[in-house]
Ligand binder design. Structure first.
Ligand code: M6R
Length: 609
């Protein structure tokens, strides 16, 4: 999704802005631009549809230089991807602005501004902001006052950074609903939508809070809260993670991240000291909350939602706690009835997903006893705004397709089931068995990664296909959903997942030789039922691709292609089958030649509704 970088310094900043944009490329975007105030106090602008490399090329042919500047990668919401719609937007050669988020009342503001004589050159919602800001400075407000007056008129979500040629040493910024951090330097200051963009210049960050406005110059910073009062916000040092942005010997981040899973899973389980999982790993006060918890409500989006669906099986089976799971964009708008003493659990790799955050923010205080987030990014909005937090240790995930974040979320949920189970009389033997499983999991994933070459061979059969069906039963149904999501998002093959028992209630009509059917078939208590379902596919000429436990009794035959999976205890099967399906979608996408790490139309962190 859109990325912001801004800088104000005593040195020339164009290269810092460009490097910041390169580091934000992983978020997904369709155009890029930057504006600088040159040493003659003129606004200089480059913006292009396409990659940051187009901007770099323009900069090398026709450099724009200055000590104050703003830059942006845009992921189109209002108005198609084009140079005209790319940011920064400019008002009367004086004000330049970059924006993440969506302004909901832009149509009405546009009318007002048109009547006031402002001309619009883009189809974006953002352009109203730049003209509003211009209008207020033109009326005599200083930059801070103009930004405060501007944001007071905006409805929706925004992170903004703006420059004014009349104040060439300042950048003014504001946020509400979209993330923005200040990078604190020595004799220079920066802004960005995530810390990674600025780790090139600083390790000291201030996470702006909702409705904050900040004025940055090389000399210092002044932050004001939503009521316009000056405030101090805590400065944090951020370490680690930078090396995660290095591809090493891998061709794609997705493959690197798939292969990092043994380490990430072990690191996440290592949060429990000496392998003894209890409530304290979920934060101070978790023990009191878990002692009262009578139900769990999980809310998330995309892959994180699938982790929640897997967790429901564990929370009900292991901890004996009733559990509901819902996608955040539905949950947030629904009139709901909760069980008494329900724990709200949000799940998010980024910790910034707009719908998940809104679900947390708009939950009524009396609805839940507490909120717990399972997230991968420290200091993210969900982490800061939840009562309890569990940080997975996946490390930075750059590929848009979530891989190691998902499997570490599963580890976090197993640990949650254990901690809640302990409160509810889970037997010591079962606790022991789960802990041993969690300890052995990284090795099992390593064994699964060894069948990569066989999965690659199998993947060739998918590249000419337009559709695929994924089947699973029980806890493997959400794993089939995750497999289908991976395939569709990076290879653009339409893929659907069904609980195998539902086949004959409709989807069987789709089965023919052109519809590959992928089955998740561990050796569990539903195996025989699944086999009968797969027979239904075979007898209609469907081609089966079965990811099966070595002992599940499947053999290769015409129309049945078997991938032998390592034998694993039932509780670990969802993780290893996920890894195999991640590799399948990776190899299909690779052979199709799609952009594996930055699939079309998608963004890594979905910070707009
Ligand atoms: O950062 P989050 O986990 O909240 O993101 C939620 C989804 O946008 C994300 O999982 C998305 O579905 C992935 N691209 C799937 O691979």
């Amino acid at each position: 999704m859109c990325g912001i970088v801004a800088a104000t310094a005593r040195r020339e900043v164009s290269e810092i802005l460009l490097e910041g944009l390169r580091r934000l490329e992983y978020r997904g975007y369709d155009s890029a631009g930057m504006a600088l105030i040159d040493n003659e106090q003129r606004l200089q602008l480059h913006k292009y549809q396409g990659k940051v490399s187009a901007l770099e090329e323009a900069q090398s042919l026709n450099p724009i230089l200055g000590c104050t500047g703003i830059a942006h990668t845009r992921w189109a919401t209002h108005g198609q991807p084009s140079a005209a719609n790319a940011h920064p937007h400019i008002s009367r050669q004086r004000i330049a602005i970059v924006h993440n988020g969506i302004i909901e009342n832009h149509a009405e503001l546009r009318e007002d501004l048109r009547e006031a004589g402002y001309e619009f050159v883009s189809a974006t919602d953002t352009e109203v902001i730049v003209h509003l800001l211009h209008r207020f400075v033109h009326e005599g407000k200083d930059l801070l006052g103009a930004m405060q007056a501007t944001v007071a008129r905006l409805e929706g979500a925004y992170a903004l950074a703006a420059t004014d040629v009349e104040h060439p040493d300042q950048v003014v910024a504001a946020r509400s609903g979209s993330p923005l951090v200040v990078g604190v330097g020595i004799g220079e200051n920066f802004l960005a939508s995530d810390t990674l963009a600025l780790r090139q210049v600083t390790d000291r960050f201030i996470y702006l809070e909702e409705a904050d406005v900040v004025v940055c110059s090389a000399a210092g910073l002044a932050i004001y809260d939503g009521a316009g009062e000056p405030v101090q916000r805590e400065m944090k040092r951020v370490s680690g993670d930078v090396e995660d942005a290095d591809l090493g010997d891998y061709e794609h981040y997705m493959l690197k991240e798939i292969y990092e899973q043994p380490h990430a899973l072990a690191a996440t389980f290592a949060k429990a000291s000496a392998g003894d999982v209890d409530a304290s790993v979920f934060g101070d006060g978790a023990a009191e909350v878990f002692a009262q918890t009578q139900a769990v409500q999980i809310v998330a989006c995309g892959t994180s939602y699938h982790a929640g669906l897997v967790a429901r099986y564990w929370l009900e089976d292991i901890a004996g706690v009733p559990c509901q799971v819902e996608v955040a964009s539905e949950f947030r708008y629904r009139k709901r009835v909760s069980h008494p003493n329900t724990l709200l659990v949000t799940v998010s790799q980024s910790g910034e997903t707009a719908d998940t955050l809104a679900a947390l923010r708009f939950a009524a205080p009396e609805e839940f006893i507490a909120s717990l987030v399972i997230a991968n990014v420290d200091n993210s909005s969900l982490v800061r705004e939840s009562d309890l937090a569990f940080l997975t240790r996946a490390g930075m995930e750059i590929g848009v397709a979530s891989t190691k974040a998902f499997t570490t979320q599963l580890v976090a949920f197993l640990m949650l089931a254990l901690a809640l189970g302990k409160e509810r009389g889970l037997s010591v033997e079962r606790q022991q068995c789960l802990k041993e499983g969690l300890r052995d999991l990284p090795d099992l994933v390593k064994q699964t990664l060894k069948i990569d070459a066989a999965i690659e061979d199998m993947s060739a059969a998918f590249i000419q296909k337009h559709h695929a069906l994924f089947l699973g039963r029980g806890i493997q149904y959400p794993i089939a959903m995750e497999g289908a999501l991976k395939l569709k998002e990076i290879s653009y093959i339409h893929a659907e997942a069904y609980p195998a028992g539902e086949l004959k209630h409709g989807p069987l009509a789709l089965v023919d030789a052109d519809m590959p059917v992928v089955a998740v078939a561990p050796n569990d208590e539903l195996l025989d039922k699944l086999k009968s379902n797969l027979e239904e596919v075979r007898s209609r000429g469907g081609e089966l691709y079965v990811f099966a436990d070595k002992d599940a009794g499947f053999t290769d035959e015409p129309g049945v292609h078997v991938l032998a999976m390592p034998h694993a205890p039932e509780v670990l099967q969802p993780v290893i089958y996920t890894v195999a399906l991640q590799l399948l979608s990776y190899h299909v996408a690779l052979q199709k030649g799609t952009d594996v790490d930055k699939p079309r139309n998608l963004a890594k962190s979905v910070t707009v509704e």
